[in-house]
Ligand binder design. Structure first.
Ligand code: BG6
Ligand code: MG
Length: 236
């Protein structure tokens, strides 16, 4: 796909920040583990499924599942346990995990959004910086609706809209295209190693959210999304 040939009709005057000779025009947020702790719900549901098939899924193993698609996550778990299943059984297992995950999510309250995230998004947009959501999750729209933040993004790209899961850059390139912003002018917020790789492969800067040892390739790592200061965009 040629992402640069997309015709853009958005004429919003950008307030831009100078970032090592690039101008930051957009921030792209991952969802699970960046905006809300649904990453933990994914883990609980995968651990329950793994246990059913006799595999002990640890938090360390779970790092490999972050950011990748539902089916790829299942395949990693099966690889860890040395288990092989037919395509039909894999579909059933993935559906089962999703039912449990959706069950957790439906009980979620809007207050579960990480502190400071709503304000960060609002402040970025007030400065003229575009904001997109780019999540591998096919449940992303449901989650942002439950958090009442679906109107806060200039674009939403989710797992139903891409062919290749992170670490492939497709999802971020599509988000940039929807925002009519050049990838080099985008900063991605990510908690997954696969997501950091995807952002860099897209030619974007990346702020890692989590542990510096896990996200060492990110341009900067913060502990919590809400603690990010917009002025820091200039120092990436
Ligand atoms: C990502 C999560 O955002 O979405 C992964 O980090 C998850 O852990 C993936 O597997 C797919 O989510 P879903 O909701 O489509 O199963
Ligand atoms: Mg994530």
């Amino acid at each position: 796909m040629n992402y640069s040939s997309h015709a853009c009709n958005i004429n919003t005057p950008f307030v831009t920040l100078n970032c090592n000779s690039i101008l930051i025009k957009a921030c792209i947020f991952d969802l699970d583990g960046v905006i809300v702790d649904t990453a933990h719900y994914h883990f609980l549901a995968w651990r329950k499924l793994a246990k059913e098939i006799g595999i002990n899924l640890t938090e360390a193993d779970n790092e490999r599942l972050k950011g990748v698609s539902r089916m790829r996550s299942l395949e990693i778990i099966l690889e860890l346990g040395g288990v092989s299943l037919s395509e039909h059984d894999k579909e059933n297992m993935a559906n089962k995990k999703n039912t449990w995950f959706v069950d957790y999510v439906e009980r979620m309250a809007p207050e579960e959004i990480f502190p400071g995230v709503r304000t960060l998004i609002k402040n970025l947009r007030e400065m003229g910086i575009k904001v997109a959501l780019a999540s591998s999750s096919k449940n992303a729209r449901t989650v942002v609706q439950l958090l009442h933040i679906n109107q806060e993004f200039d674009a939403i790209v989710d797992g139903t809209m891409v062919t290749n899961s992170k670490p492939d850059p497709e999802i971020f390139l599509l988000a940039a295209k929807k925002l009519c912003v050049d990838p080099k002018d985008c900063v991605v917020f990510e908690d997954a190693e696969a997501g950091v790789e995807a952002a860099l492969a897209a030619g974007m800067k990346c702020v890692g959210v989590g542990s510096p040892s896990q996200l060492r390739r990110a341009n900067k790592v913060i502990t919590k999304t809400g603690e990010f200061q917009i002025a820091e965009l200039e120092q990436l």
